[in-house]
Ligand binder design. Sequence first.
Ligand code: NAD
Length: 470
Amino acid sequence: MTENTDNPYYSLFLKQKSNQFNIANSTYSQRITKLNALQRAIEITYRDKIQEALYKDLRRPLVESDLVAVYLVIKEIKHAKTNLHRWLKKQKVKSQITLLGTSSWISYEPKGVCLIISPWNYPINLALSPLVAAIAAGNSVIIKPSEIAKHSSTLLVELISSLYKEDEVAVIKGGVETAQHLLKLPFNHIFFTGSIPVGKIVMEAAAKHLTSVTLELGGKSPVIIDQSANLKQAAEAVVWIKHFNCGQTCIAPDFIFIHESIKQEFLEHYKRVLVRYYGEDASKSETYGRIINNKNFKRLELYLEDAKSKNAHFEVQGLKNEQDKFIGPTVISDLPEDSLLLKEEIFGPILPIKTFNQLDEVTDYLKSKEKPLALYIYAKNRKTIDLLIKNTRAGGTGINNNGLHFSNHNLPFGGSNSSGIGKAHGFYSFKEFSNVRSILKRYSIGPIRLLYPPYTSFKELIARITVKWL
Ligand code: NAD
């Protein structure tokens, strides 16, 4: 660690390191006390401030802030509190006959000093949800929230420092340079949520210290709608999640694949639902958020110009207002494959729509792409659903819904390969922040002694019997 003496965060890291075993050996009730404090802060003391910070950062509607930053984090805490006793108990496992005279068990031990790096789109939830699991598992934690969601990251510093000493949990504000300093330190685990390119940087830095990683990344999550689907219900669900947080959601529908014969009918439903949810002009709706900053506004504008230059067809043409960082709901069809909207993760309220006639066209297309974080299927026909699940790959899947799998803490949440490594939520997060330690205790001589050297012909016979029969 000597190469880190100039690192501005080295002394904080060392403080946590030297406190590591105090936290690791904290009792069940001490951990529950820490979780209760976090719950009270989110539910009561800081609830208004959380809503205010998210409104200032993203013009996030109150309901959306309450659902993701408050309700889902509290759910995560309650789930951990209900199950922690069981998770901390040693888990006995069976042994084969050759291990007679021993007993074996698994113990979930804390990894140690952990780093959580979070993105701007759900700046409170994606910093605090992993923290719940890290605390439950008995770790100390440094959180590096996104510099882009300024109000939320300032609030996180205040909230966390009001609850915990810095040698147990600390928040460090800062951008890329700060993250890069932190990534040089030999953490025991890094839990990163963000983009694919930065995920690769994190993994490369972690490799230097053989630090384990959880990577919660993004990608292009498709929605497949077949002829058997209930189109009105599909439109209602897709419009909701596509425009939740103004489309800046990792599991938002990135593009639609719909059967050619139902495209027009679906679009009619979709347009009606847009008006029902956000009125004729979404910029006047309190239910519709904004793009986080001008850089992202420009990025989305570039995608739209690219689509226009390639003669794509605007089924719904959203209005734009750069000053207000507003982009209205937009739906585009007839996009060529080399268009930016079909190549890049969109992360905004623009929805490309592609059509198919045979399901093979969908599965062949998706097989040629990276595995998405989520894949959604709208269909009533069970054969269609089974065929699509068997012939596609994704971190998670919603059938006749969008994104609800994220909210079930009994389901592991995360990607696969390019969309992520490792799983989050409930027990799965707890496991990410734990070393699954295996312990075997020998309490009597047992048959294994029969195989101690020297290897006589009798022992060769025993080895042969063992291989064949035991
Ligand atoms: P990002 O990767 O740009 O930034 C994430 C974090 O990494 C921030 O804290 C940032 O400061 C830091 N960072 C940025 N560049 C870095 C670098 N070069 N070296 C080290 N650290 C660096 O992501 P973002 O723009 O904040 O968030 C959007 C992305 O996150 C989208 O791709 C989205 O799909 C993904 N995301 C995934 C999930 C999930 O649960 N899988 C959830 C939300 C967002």
